[in-house]
Design a protein around this ligand. Structure first.
Ligand code: HEM
Length: 563
């Protein structure tokens, strides 16, 4: 079986495919002979001989492709060209290939295996909906390495003897835990803590000097999220002062941790951070806190599922640091890109402020302070420009690599009569970084932040009829949250918490650069690596010091979010 597993972030190679050996050997022999007789020096002979050897190996080992499969896209440098390109460029390598006019779906030969890459909206939608393509194998593959799980734990994860698997039941628990009333309750709990933190903000004219806006935003939402997940009584993230730093240290190095053959040598600090996180979370489950009715439904359902499958509290704690990670690692950087991009344009801040003002309601004063309510679930409808900015922050920051393994030979189709055979055991990648930069889909200069991408034709003064094809294409190309069975269950959760926090900032607070001037510093994005979805700021966000103070007329206000 030809198989390359590359996502979230590692490669497993198996199988082989033989090319036309006789032709290759004679061409290579000719090249070598020419080289030797022209008197080239020893070093250049060795280099050339290596290239010829690679050329030969390429002919021998490049995977075979059935004519019905997606066409083969050969690397410019034989055999290892794509592998090196992916290692160096990570997700951006697919954008590079796309700029070379790659077909809408192609087969990428990597060593002696292959992967499929889809970059056409209808083909991606077909793949995400397809029952024969699955994300599950990756969860199992990466759990062990990422979380450092022992064989006994992995044996339960791999167990299929009960007619179901841990993974299948966890998917149900996750989606149930983050839908309907459970979603609203968890959002309410997060925002209650966000409000408490903002309400504790200094009342004076100087406000607060924040040396590092990224770290401030990160800590604000991390504290609120963990409180909502684990409840107020016994939050494991309150036990050790380094817990948030540990979580983000772990998050930053997850992509390399998964591929490092000797993580104890290459990532000792990350392993120590992971160990501290796991110890605190293990204690929390050992004390039975997951049965407390005050905790988030997603945490409770997942723990109940894991206990049902026979995991001990130690094993649950080790696995469940992933819940904290997944709840924050994409949402919080998205908040950063929204805030930074909007605050580059005072006109946009004002436009959002006016939208939000219309939605606010005054409630009964508390301790002599005004109490202002934000109706979170109405923001989607009542604040279209804020919503467009949020979606644009998601588009611009997200380069997740949708990943599925073909479980049995099947066809995917673009709905226009083109269909492609995809074969059992091969992985298919759907690079969001390419989809979110397609020239024919998005407003021009696809690297720029442009909320027009998500305003309706009517809101932009355009004729909806002439725009309908493009609108459809935009919907199909926008895949920041994946799709199908594993469509991110936290997408609404993230949207509400981010929009609510942004709404409060623009109405109630004044954000200005610490060194003077009008606009706050824009931070640069790091490239998104395999295994990540949302870009983090370069240099851990250093270089964006701000002053945050309550706005005139909004000094003595207590904020309250209604979900
Ligand atoms: C802007 C923020 C977020 C982004 C961009 C994002 C992105 C993603 C992506 C790309 C996937 C994989 C989907 C697929 O392969 O089809 C995913 C899955 C998942 N996300 Fe999110 N996510 C975000 C926020 C959240 C939040 C806040 C939570 C939890 C509170 C969450 C929980 C999950 C879970 C549990 C899964 C696995 C679902 C499954 O396996 O069925 N996500 N997310």
């Amino acid at each position: 079986m030809d198989s390359i597993v590359l996502a979230p972030s590692h490669a497993v190679i198996a199988g082989s495919g033989l090319g036309n050996k006789a032709d290759a050997a004679s061409i290579a022999g000719g090249v070598l002979e020419t080289m030797m007789t022209t008197g080239a020096g020893k070093i250049s002979t060795i280099v050339l001989a290596s290239i010829v050897a690679l050329f030969l190996l390429d002919q021998f080992f490049t995977a075979k492709v059935d004519p019905q499969e997606p066409p083969l896209l050969k690397p410019r440098f034989p055999l290892i060209g794509h592998l090196v390109g992916m290692m160096l460029g990570q997700q951006s390598y697919f954008q590079k290939l796309h700029k070379r006019n790659s077909p809408p779906i192609y087969t990428l030969p990597v060593l002696n295996g292959k992967i499929y890459i889809a970059t056409s909206p209808p083909l991606i939608q077909s793949a995400l909906r397809g029952k024969d393509l699955s994300f599950d194998p990756f969860v199992v593959d990466f759990a062990q390495k990422l979380l450092g799980l022992d064989e006994a734990t992995m044996a339960i994860i791999r167990d299929e003897s009960k007619g179901t698997t841990t993974n299948a039941d966890m998917t149900k628990a996750i989606h149930g835990g983050l839908s309907g009333g459970n979603l609203l309750r968890t959002n309410r709990a997060v925002l209650e803590d966000v409000a408490a933190q903002l309400n504790a903000f200094p009342l004076g004219n100087d406000g607060l000097e924040i040396p590092d806006f990224w770290i401030w935003l990160r800590n604000l939402l991390s504290a609120a999220t963990t409180k909502a997940l684990y409840g107020k009584k016994a939050n494991p993230f309150d036990t050790i002062p380094t817990m948030f730093d540990d979580l983000w240290q772990f998050d930053t190095h997850t992509p390399t941790l998964m591929i490092s053959p000797f993580p104890w040598l290459t990532h000792p600090k990350t392993l120590q951070a992971r160990a501290r996180l796991q110890a605190a979370v293990v204690d929390w489950y050992t004390a039975g806190n997951d049965k407390d009715p005050d905790i988030a439904a997603i945490a409770a359902y997942r723990a109940e599922t894991l206990r049902r499958h026979g995991f001990s509290a130690r094993q649950i704690g080790q696995i469940e640091i992933s819940l904290a990670l997944v709840s924050m690692q994409n949402a919080i950087p998205t908040l950063l890109w929204l805030v930074l991009n909007v605050y580059q344009r005072p006109g946009w801040v004002e436009r959002i402020r006016l939208e939000i003002l219309d939605t606010l309601q005054e409630a009964k004063p508390v301790n002599g302070m005004r109490q202002v309510q934000i109706y979170v679930s109405s923001l989607e409808e009542k604040a279209p420009f804020l919503l467009a900015c949020y979606k644009e922050a998601v588009r611009i920051g997200n380069a997740q690599l949708g990943t599925r393994r073909v479980m049995q030979d099947t066809y995917i189709s673009d709905g226009k009569g083109n269909r492609y055979l995809v074969k059992k055991g091969i992985d298919m990648l759907m690079p969001c970084g390419v989809m979110h930069r397609l020239d024919n889909v998005w407003e021009s200069d696809t690297d720029s932040f442009n909320p027009n991408n998500f305003l309706s034709p009517e809101q932009k003064g355009l004729d909806p009829q002439t725009q309908s094809e493009r609108e459809k294409l935009r919907k199909a190309s926008y895949i920041p949250f994946g799709g199908g069975k594993h469509y991110c269950p936290g997408r609404k959760f993230a949207m509400y918490e981010i929009m609510a926090l942004m709404a409060t900032l623009v109405v109630g607070f004044h954000v200005s650069p610490l060194g003077g001037g009008e606009e706050i510093q824009m931070l640069e994005m790091m490239g998104v690596r395999f295994g990540e979805a949302v870009a983090k700021p370069k240099r851990n966000g250093e270089g964006c010091p701000v002053r945050l103070k309550r706005k005139e007329g909004w000094e003595a206000v207590r904020w309250r979010f209604v979900c």
